[in-house]
Design a protein around this ligand. Sequence first.
Ligand code: FAD
Ligand code: PHB
Length: 389
Amino acid sequence: MKRSVAVVGAGPAGLTLANLIQQSGIDCVVLEKASRTHVETRPRAGVLEHRSVTMLESHGLADRLLMEADRHGTCEFRVSGQAFQVAYSDLYGGRQHYVYPQQEVVKDLIAAFLDAGGDIRFSVSDVELADLTSSRPSVSWTSADGVRSTVTCDFVAGCDGFHGVCRPSIPDGVLTEFTHQHGIEWLAILAEAPPSTKAIIYALHEDGFAGHMLRSPTVSRFYLQVPVGTKASDWSDEQVWEALHKRFALHGSTWSLTEGKIIEKRVLDMRSHVVEPMSYGRLYLLGDAAHIITPVGAKGMNLAMNDAATLSHALTDFYATGSETGLKTYSDDCLRRVWRAQEFSQWMVNMIHTDVGSPFFGRLAQARLEHLAESAAYRASFAENYVGP
Ligand code: FAD
Ligand code: PHB
């Protein structure tokens, strides 16, 4: 089998890339380890930046999203029973966040790709990459019915997430890895509970952080900071609701939290990881395969899509003109945005957790929040980073 591009992984990065290059007339095959049902129902992120939506819209990939997604331009911080809001959209040219669950993004991108004649192989196993530094690399896999196949191509797009096979296919010593363990853990909860808020809530409490995030009119995402080493099974549903009620509580307010059936509970590994460069020979790494970021600030899915748009431009240029300029600058172009997002996420981690590192950092977090509450200039900078520059 021959294709111009082999895309490994059908998450936001792989599917965005596959759609964009297919629209440029570049043929590709997408190889995905999981089943179609699995990727279309896997709940993860839920916040898209304005620029991600603009990019999807310009390729005709945002029709349902634009009809169904909620727009958000305000977030709320709760500290010691008091709340203040930051109207970040007003502070940054009216740009907004779009709340649209990641599995819906994936569903739409799969449908668009297949409708346009795209080729996705789901439920593949034993994916292996070869000859990455030659002009004809190849990818082999075993299909669900046990048949082993190989595609030779011009380029391989490694979009298979943090635990995939693409990054480990690069020989030792080529990549420089930057990692940071943030020293905190969050219990991520998905509940069949209508949102109790119109704006995302970041609550600081002496027991730890709590977050109320949004997904749909019937489902909400909550986060609870938990002691490092906690297992999801350590927390009963009753304990989760009790902690959420306590940490979100407001003095002298009638605000209340609506409970619902908890449908997912898992501990998130709060760490950052970046590899440089994001390419090796004819292999290009995209999204979580190259960089992971904490959920704080909601950047992960957006960075994955930005990598896809950047690589799609480079490949389109290469096939149209023979120019390799975009391919050569791909890694640096993406890493600039990745590091900026990492810096913002780390800044925000330190603002919404009062017990990371030492009591000294707890006091810094308080000072940062007070600054955000009081200074319009500080809020404008937050707005730019939060909604996406
Ligand atoms: P993935 O979505 O991980 O896709 C990789 C794909 O490759 C998967 O389908 C996988 O099955 C497949 N694969 C793996 N190995 C192989 C293999 N060997 N062969 C073939 N296929 C393989 N980001 C945001 O922007 N906003 C948020 O609000 C946000 N919230 C989050 C909340 C949670 C609880 C979590 C866990 C993450 C959150 N993120 C958020 C991060 C976001 O989900 C990821 O950054 C995003 O999924 C990255 O997309 P990707 O395509 O790079 O990787
Ligand atoms: C989320 O929707 O999961 C989310 C949103 C904003 C954050 C973190 C997570 O800062």
